[in-house]
Design a protein around this ligand. Sequence first.
Ligand code: DAH
Length: 362
Amino acid sequence: MENPDQLRADTLRDIGAAASPEALESIRIAVLGRRGSLSLAMRGLGELSPDERRTAGAALNTVKDDITAALAEAGERLGRAARDARLATERADVTLPVSIGAPGGAEPGRIHPISQTIDEIIAIFGEMGFTVAEGPHIEDDFHNFTALNIPPEHPARQEHDTFYLPPRDDGSRMVLRTHTSPVQIRTMLAQKPPLRIIVPGRTFRADHDATHSPMFHQVEGLVIDRTTHMGHLKGCLIEFCRAFFDVDDLPVRFRPSYFPFTEPSAEVDIGCSRSGGELKIGAGADWLEILGSGMVHPQVLRNCGIDPAEYQGFAFGMGIERVAMLKYGIPDLRTMYDSDLRWLRHYGFVPLDIPSPVRGAL
Ligand code: DAH
């Protein structure tokens, strides 16, 4: 074999020149592998006399140690270089203003149909002079039921499938609000009439199927003034339905109904046709119920310190998922909360299309 010093010099030179982890590996195999030059030289030691073997063995062992160390060091150097090169190509400059939607640019996020629908509802009522009010999701019995003229034994409490929280020290239980109506109470207790508010927000009932979700959204409306009457209720809601569904001559029907917090009460239906299995909003033979409404019950006004001899008003409540599904043809309510990106890409809205009360674009 070549002399050990020569082998060391040659191998270290090759290692120094190796440009990739693969090149390094072939050097290792050629020298230290089972048939590598150094391994063969070590095997050859057996043919030497004991004295010669000791000196030559020691020399070969130092060579092996040096080469092993050089391989490790070069391996680390090449690994680091490969990593740096990869990081450089995979680098994302998050400060770069990528034009959204452009080829190679970021994919635009979508506005969820519920957010879009709430924006549209706010834009329409905003034009009519309503402001947006909010209230807590966790309510007490007074605001969610009692002040709304739903006394303790009233059947409406069962119909609401209420989620109750564990009892407090005084035995009373808070509830996840079953409707947005408690915000009527909060507003009337906090502000003096005239009032004109809408309340979009989350509501909760223990119910889950294709048309019910345990968490859903409603929008509440409340108008209180000295001369507000049923004609205002009708005009306001007819106008809303036509603007929201974008059908100028949409038939709207008021059907007598019952709610504890309004008297008289009416449910509102819009015209549609279901011919050929396809639902079409607009004039047709059929009706779809979309909201509840009525003149605020004098007892509710009194519960809020408002004199019913001086003030009166109307209120309404509407399920947002329901009208969003009708307007945008979404067949199953549960998909709204699956967070499935494919669904969002299909039913979601491009951010810049958001209608606004300022632009009035709908
Ligand atoms: N709170 C009712 C519900 O959740 C909806 C409703 C009906 C609200 C009539 C109103 C109203 O303000 O006047 O079913």
